[in-house]
Design a protein around this ligand. Structure first.
Ligand SMILES: [Cu+2]
Length: 144
């Protein structure tokens, strides 16, 4: 019986902590970062292809695709090392784990997140041939 009460208390405490963490993160200032997938000339590039962020700060990564073909923003390790508040696109809000976003021509999406772990993370477009053609980049997360 004692054990049960203890584990219940622990669960309550733990969920309080997690909720506080989300609240704190949600309340901090948001820095906007723009990244284009491809360009109007149809080149297979990210613009910019190098992004520097600071761990623990909140960012709104605004993605757009000005090119005539569809592209992916794939950054799995970066996503795993970040806390995602939401992804917003075309009036839809997606919450939870995100690893990859697909943007059709002229599409836009906003990814609101807090990078949690310093490091160098790779970014690529996972459409066949695009990575090889140079559609790669890196995301550097600096410590606070
Ligand atoms: Cu691509």
């Amino acid at each position: 019986m004692k054990k049960k009460i203890f584990s219940l208390l622990f669960t309550v405490l733990l969920s309080c902590c997690l909720m506080n963490m989300s609240d704190t993160l949600a309340a901090t200032e948001t820095t906007e970062v723009n990244v284009s997938l491809g360009n109007e000339a149809g080149e297979l590039v990210f613009v910019p292809n190098h992004v520097e962020l600071i761990a623990g700060k909140k960012y709104k990564i605004k993605l757009d695709n000005p090119s005539p073909t569809k592209h992916y923003f794939t950054a799995k390790d970066f996503a795993d090392a970040s806390w995602t508040q939401k992804v917003e696109a075309a009036k839809v809000e997606v919450k939870g784990a995100i690893h990859e976003l697909e943007l059709k021509p002229s599409a836009q999406a906003e990814w609101v997140l807090v990078p949690m772990k310093p490091g160098k993370y790779e970014l690529h477009c996972s459409i066949s041939g695009h990575t090889e053609a140079g559609m790669v980049g890196d995301i550097i997360v600096l410590s606070e």
